[in-house]
Design a protein around this ligand. Structure first.
Ligand SMILES: [Fe+2]
Length: 317
């Protein structure tokens, strides 16, 4: 099997991090209880049918919940370094045969503010790119605290992995860090081994959102806190063989979206050449520590989720 390991995009850092994810959830009360009370995100604000939750970082919010009839991913919000980067990305989307601009770049005054635009990607996900976002006064995560410090990465299920990879590389200049066979590709923009990853699936959906913990101790405390509160890990704790980040996955019971606690991801020095590797899809690749329960059909089905009902339908807010 031959896999392209093209390093598209040169060395220009256009996306600094995943700023937030917005989810549509059928039981917003239950989802809020899970993410605020148990997952330990901070309540930033609410309005008619939305809840904004922050973390130990300056982004206004890292998770937006909106009441919807069916679970859906409303938005993947990526932080751009500059307004010029937002404009450049918008121009690339407009010029791409599979990109559809929803809103042109503009300065916004609602939650989070910033200079931003939205577009539909090649599979119909709504993606927001923003710069100059509002800075929120936040409480830093202290040693031993099991609150997340922000979003680490997002994994997306795709029915067209080569297509999704090509699209995201051409729009954002993401670099390939590694592969798991031809099943999963890990992408970076900056030093973290992955900010986004795509997994081959029968349909397009959200695989999981990973939240960063301060360190290994805080990661294990966070995992233990969830267990104490009555949640059984879907999978983990363990340590991925690709990217070296630790993982414990939990599932919000009503929307069925999967969230991950993680820390300790491999950092790639941009000054040194990095050659992507292709890992076998085996137990060592999934969990290098070998302590997590096997990645069984329940884990796979939960991460696969259901076909996203939000595709090609940008959220109204
Ligand atoms: Fe992950």
């Amino acid at each position: 099997m031959k896999i392209a390991v093209d390093q598209a995009g040169g060395g220009v850092l256009m996306i600094t991090h995943v700023r937030s994810v917005a989810l549509g959830v059928p039981d917003i009360g239950a989802a809020r209880e899970f993410y605020e009370k148990h997952w330990q995100l901070d309540l930033v604000g609410t309005d008619a049918d939305q809840v904004f939750l922050g973390a130990g970082c300056q982004d206004n919010h890292v998770l937006r919940l909106r009441a919807t009839a069916e679970p859906r991913m409303d938005l993947l919000c990526l932080a751009a370094a500059t307004d010029a980067d937002v404009d450049e990305i918008a121009e690339r989307v407009a010029a791409h045969p599979l990109g559809r601009v929803v809103n042109e770049p503009a300065t916004c005054t609602d939650a989070g503010g910033g200079y931003r635009f939205r577009f539909l990607d090649c599979e119909g996900r709504t993606v927001e790119v923003a710069s100059r976002v509002a800075v929120r006064a936040f409480r830093s995560v202290e040693p031993g605290e099991s609150r997340p410090t922000g979003i680490s990465h997002v994994v997306l299920n795709t029915a067209d992995l080569p297509g999704a990879l090509a699209f995201y590389q051409s729009i954002f200049g993401f670099k390939v860090s590694d592969w798991v066979e031809d099943i999963m590709v890990f992408l970076r923009s900056g030093t973290a081994h992955h900010m986004l990853a795509f997994t081959r699936a029968p349909h397009t959906s959200l695989n999981h959102v990973a939240f960063e913990l301060r360190g290994i101790d805080e990661f294990m405390r966070a995992t233990g806190d969830m267990v104490t509160k009555g949640y059984s890990p879907l999978w983990g704790p363990g340590r991925h063989g690709v990217g070296a980040n630790t993982f414990t996955y939990f599932q919000e019971p009503t929307s069925r979206f999967v969230a991950e606690y993680t820390t300790g991801m491999l950092q790639i020095d941009p000054e040194h050449e990095w050659t992507p590797r292709v890992y076998p899809a085996n137990a060592q690749t999934s969990d290098s520590w070998g302590v997590a329960s096997p990645r069984d059909d329940v884990v796979s089905a939960s991460l696969r989720g259901c076909p996203d009902t939000g595709l090609w339908q940008p959220p109204p807010v």
